[in-house]
Write a protein that binds this ligand. Structure first.
Ligand code: CO
Length: 222
């Protein structure tokens, strides 16, 4: 392959190593199960939709200990579910209506650069509109957040509140409401992943309560 002359050797080596790693991964799967890829190619039946941050340190399958086929994944900057985002909504509709997932997880993470950027007043170009979604979360919860004196604690609380608000945006969708009324699933969960210790924390958002409130205002399930 013709690399640009200025590309560092380590970048070329990484690129080559990815394909080497891939061949090793295929071999390791086939050692355990000679039909692994036949089964994988046949169908997918994930029970979880994971909506997380695009941050390279939050690998969805790995932190949950799940294999290919186990989880449907959508990731973007700061795990946001904007109300008019066709991408996120296509993922949610497909996962709920066609795959019949039992759980939808919105997973944020402490140390999120997207949330940190939303707390600053810098001009970030294309990101401005995207981060406005998080600034909206700050606005909704400004009384609680402004009362937190410690900046790091305030930032970490915004990470949690962003997860909660994005869960609400998932619950607002007609697909979620219709499926839950018809089938009793999926349930929406809010999690935060800690880069410091690798642990997932369940925020225990009050799903049923939020669903009732959302139905009262958005009533999309009739
Ligand atoms: Co992030």
């Amino acid at each position: 392959m013709g690399y640009p002359p200025g590309m560092p050797n380590r970048t070329r080596e990484l690129y080559a190593r990815i394909f080497e790693n891939n061949r090793k991964w295929v071999a390791s799967k086939l050692v355990d199960d000679a039909t692994y890829f036949e089964r994988l190619a046949a169908d997918q039946n994930p029970e979880v939709l994971f909506i997380g941050c695009a941050d390279s340190r939050v690998p969805a399958n790995e932190i949950m200990g799940l294999e290919p086929g186990d989880v449907f994944v959508h990731r973007n900057v700061a795990n946001v579910v904007p109300n008019i985002d066709m991408n996120a909504h296509a993922v949610i509709q497909y996962a709920v209506e066609h795959l019949g997932v039992r759980h939808v997880v919105v997973c944020g993470h402490y140390g999120c650069g997207g949330v940190a950027a939303a707390m600053k007043s810098a001009d970030l170009g294309q990101l401005n509109g995207w981060l406005r979604e998080i600034r909206d979360v700050y606005r909704i919860h400004h009384e609680e957040l402004d009362a937190i004196a410690d900046e790091k604690a305030r930032y970490e609380r915004l990470v949690e509140l962003n997860v909660q608000e994005q869960c609400i945006n998932v619950i607002k969708t007609s697909w979620l409401q219709q499926s839950y009324r018809r089938n009793g699933y999926p349930v929406v969960h809010g999690w935060v992943f800690s880069l410091a210790d690798g642990l997932l924390r369940d925020l225990h958002i009050p799903f049923e309560k939020i669903l009732d409130e959302i139905r009262a205002i958005y009533h999309l399930d009739d």
